[in-house]
Design a protein around this ligand. Structure first.
Ligand SMILES: [Zn+2]
Length: 340
């Protein structure tokens, strides 16, 4: 039987035609329909005309995508009834709550309730507690739509403390040997996570301008980090440089001296695959759930059916089916599955 929570997978996101609501589409929605933006990463945001989001995501998104739009800010756990949306979101009554996803600051999972049915959409999430994001709080729903970036059994991340200790060792050894350690990390999320992890290391730190801009917003929102200064290639020697790109450093050669570049990503478990080509070192630090945590997450939500997206979506759906859980991959992977 049709439910008001029936959705279509479109433009990388979910569209609920019965509710006049979207979640995380890649392409701008300018139709007047409301869009839940789960977090401020570029692959989850666009120039929509009306968005529902947390306050940190609003601040981060504004900094990345300026311009006018309607914004409905929701605190975690705060309920939004459809009739409070102006303009109205559509005919069918629904209730929406956002819950911490633990991926980056402000990242939210969205839970919808309508006509006795419920659905949880994760966006990106991480179960392990982070130093620069709210802790993930799984909630029960009948239907679960989840990201499965690392949905393959081989992806089991080492303990975070071990990885952080290895990164600090890498930075110290580099500086002692007269090279500048460069940590390649996204300007939103990973950059703040490794910055916070250097808290007790007493290492001098410089941040790329885009990382500095994002970190400034975290600090305005009350998050604390070790002392850092903006990247200045003239003085970067002897500092740990946290940056999403090596371009400004390579442009400052040969004056800056030798660099030692490390990438921070869950894909480090694959060796060279997916690694930044210029990096000589890789550390498995991720802002996503690894395979065991994906399974733990499903257990915590206790859904009747699961839809998977991103990464190894088809493979993870197969794992769930083997465990007796109704599961299907969305998007391309889904087509492949149907062919098989
Ligand atoms: Zn993300």
């Amino acid at each position: 039987m049709a439910s008001p929570l029936d959705f279509v997978y479109r433009d990388g996101g979910l569209h609920f035609p019965g509710l006049g609501l979207w979640m995380d589409p890649h392409r701008p929605v300018r139709s007047g329909e409301w869009v839940v933006v789960s977090h401020a990463h570029a692959d989850h945001t666009a120039r929509h005309s009306a968005v529902i989001l947390t306050e940190p995501t609003r601040r981060l998104m504004r900094s990345r995508i300026p311009g006018a739009r309607l914004e409905q800010v929701l605190g975690f756990g705060e309920a939004l009834d459809h009739h409070t949306l102006e303009p109205s979101a559509g005919g069918t009554p629904f209730r929406l709550t956002l819950h911490p996803a633990g991926h980056v600051l402000g990242s939210a999972m969205a839970r919808l309730e309508a006509d006795g049915d419920s659905l949880l959409y994760t966006g990106d999430f991480k179960l392990r507690p982070g130093r620069s994001s709210e802790r993930c709080e799984p909630v029960q729903a009948r239907t679960l739509v989840m990201e499965t970036t690392y949905g393959r059994p081989r992806y089991v991340f080492p303990p975070t403390e071990e990885v952080v200790a290895a990164v600090i060792r890498f930075c110290r050894e580099s500086i002692e040997s007269g090279t500048t350690p460069v940590l390649l990390a996204y300007s939103l999320g990973k950059g703040q996570e490794i910055l916070a992890a250097l808290q007790d290391s007493d290492l001098p730190i410089q941040l790329h301008p885009s990382s500095a801009r994002m970190t400034g917003i975290y600090e305005e929102l009350g998050w604390r980090f070790p002392r850092w200064s903006p990247l200045d290639p003239e003085t970067a020697r002897g500092h740990v440089v946290i940056t999403p790109s090596t371009r400004p450093l390579l442009a400052a050669q040969p004056g800056l001296g030798p660099l030692r570049i490390a990438s921070l990503s869950g894909w480090a478990l694959d060796g060279r695959r997916n690694a930044a080509p210029e990096s000589s070192c890789r550390f498995a630090l991720s802002d996503h759930a690894d395979f065991p945590d994906l399974l733990r997450f499903v257990e915590a939500v206790r859904p009747e059916r699961v839809f998977t997206l991103h990464g190894f979506a088809a493979e993870f759906a197969r794992h769930l089916r083997r465990r007796g859980i109704e599961a299907l991959a969305l998007g391309e992977a889904n087509q492949l599955e149907l062919v098989l």
